[in-house]
Write a new protein. Sequence first.
Length: 309
Amino acid sequence: MDPIIKFEEISKKFGKNQVLNNLNFSIQEGDIYGIIGISGSGKTTILNLLIGFLRANAGKIFFQNKDITKNKKSILKQFGFATQTGSFYNRLTVKENLRFFGRLYKLSKKELNERINELIELVELKGAENLLAKQLSTGMKRRLDIACALITYPNVLILDEPTEDLDPFLRKEILRLIRKINQQRGTTTIITSHLLGEMEEICKNIAILHKGQIIESGSPESLRENYSKNEEIHFSTTPGDYEKILNVLQKKDISHIINKKHKIVVYTPNAETVLHNVVYAIQASKEKLVNLDVNKPTLEEVFESLTKK
C-alpha cells in the first residue's frame, strides 16, 4: 500500500541552525505513528511543516501522493492538530468551542450539531458540555483540545506531546482515548513525545529522531529485536542480600548487572542458561525468591543505544 504521508529529503534551517537534515520517512493509513526524540530534536518542526505552518528549505511532503505545498487548501482540511498549549478558548463552553471551530470550516448547522454531540460522547465530556473551558480539569481540557481537532472528522490527527505535564493517571486516560479514536474512527494518528514508555505502549510504528534525522523506524517490537541482543532478567528476593547473591552468581554469558537495591537486573544474550544460574545463586545464598521476570529491554534502552552510536 502507498503511504498516506511521505517525507522526502526534507531539510529545515532556522538561520544557521540546521534543525532537520535530509529527513525521509512514511506513514501508513490507520497507523498510530510516534516520533520520539529529546527536547529540541525537531519533533514540533516536523508537525509544523506537515500542516503548512512552516516551509521546508529542501525536499517535499506528500499526502495521498499529492505534494502538500501545491494542494495546501484541500489537504489541510483533512488534518486535525492539537498543540501542546491548547487551541480552545477559556471563556467559551465545551459546546461553544466546538461550534466555533466547526463554523470556521463552514459546517452546516445540522452537521455541526451532530458532530458536537458525537465528539462530546467520544472524548467522554458528557455532562461537562455547558461548562466554561477554564472550569475544566487539566485532563478534560486536553480532551476538549482533541475534540476541537476532530471537528472536521479529519483523516489525520496530529498530537504534539499530548500527555505533557499530566500526572500518570491522566496520561493513561489520554492514551486510552487516542487508542479509542484510532480504533473507532480509523484515524491515522501522529504523536510526538519524549516519554518513550508511553509511545511503546500505544504506537504501532515509531521513528527515532536524532540530530535532525530519522536514525531508525519500525514497530516497537522490531526495534527491540533488532537493536538489543540482550534480554533482561529481573528478580527480587527476601531478605534481599543481593551482594551475596552476586558473589555466588556465575558471570558467564552476562553482559552486565544492575543492582537497583530493591531488585537485580541481569542483561544477557543467553537468558535460558543464565536463568538457571540465577536460581542456583539465590538458593545457595539462602534467599527466598519473591519475583522473577524475563523480557526484552525497553524502547528507552534501544533509544539510548542508537543515539550513542
